[in-house]
Design a protein around this ligand. Sequence first.
Ligand code: CUA
Length: 393
Amino acid sequence: MMQEVAAAAPDPLAAIKNPDLALVQDSPSAEHLGGLVEKIFFRTGGQTSAAVHTDGLFLLILWFSVFFFILLMGLMVYWVIKYRRRPGVPAEPSASHNGPLEILWTVVPSSAMILMFVFGFEGYMQRVVAPADAIQLDVTGFKWDWKIRYPGGEQTTYRTSLGTKVDGVKIFVIPEDTPIKLVMTSNDVIHSFWVPDFRTKMDLYPNRYSTYTFRTEKLAPGELYRDHWIFCAEYCGDSHSEMYGVFRVVPRSVYDDVLADWNAGSMTPVQMGEMLFRSNCISCHSTDGSPNLGPTWKNLYGYERPLSGGKTVLADENYILESIWFPTKQISAGYEGQAMTNFSGILDQDQITAIIAYMKTLSDKGGPLEGDSPDAQGDAGTNEETTQDSTGG
Ligand code: CUA
């Protein structure tokens, strides 16, 4: 790999397009795992800080269970033999209770369970709460592959020649040492996004968004890229086992070059969302705070919204999705008399994802603007993959 760089190939991204996988199975990366038994269990350590946390928690629970299994089974066998029934020896009467002993065997296991819960909850929160500067990737699972749309609307054109897929395995490039937020949904059935190196499986559902966040690792000096398998961990039909891809972690500057390489004038989600707004929503909703038949979209996303009936709801992805498909389910306070068109069957989930991306740009709680890199400003046009994938409505 290093020689290719030194030879100054005409295509600077040749090494990244290279179908060779640099999988972490090949690298000695289990330092944090300690002893031999752990290394046999894991082969290689978790590759993100959250994954290292998971390894530790798993081993804590494992050794806790092993310790008490041996202790309890040992005592049981010892007492079964010691107090076995013998001819002519009457059974000893049992004590009715023993206060200190009962407190001990309640407090010790309960404390251990609480500790496991706290560590487990911490690990879960690390995975679902994204830092504000995270790069958002829109992930769609479908029978039987993954689609990832980048902030500028880019989609991968790199594939490995490995595997049994006719067209190879998709490579999704992500920058090193960067928080990544995946906003995931499915076009058909339930899938589960599984990156073994990150120790995480997260389900994708049709008609709903789920999120998963992680921070990519730092590459070693001189390392061009590092790969992590992506699998589907929810049995979803005939070719479930072929539903795989690769995350390729690369230096930040290479990531920017790759996205520029992938951007074939594709429309960003924000641009697409604004176009959909103009053709479907503009007659009832404003974007600047001015009143109209429906609530304004200015500062809608990310805010608590008062509903008719006195409740409030956080205007997140799922709230917006539901409001577009089933507008009568949760009516905003003050808009009881208005009947919004039901857009289920009119706007599909890809289009709603784009509308949400546009709504985020109208809210000061929308996070970093998507698609605001200079490379992302292209003409309206669809790239090859967008037209190939059919989306459920
Ligand atoms: Cu998708 Cu299994």
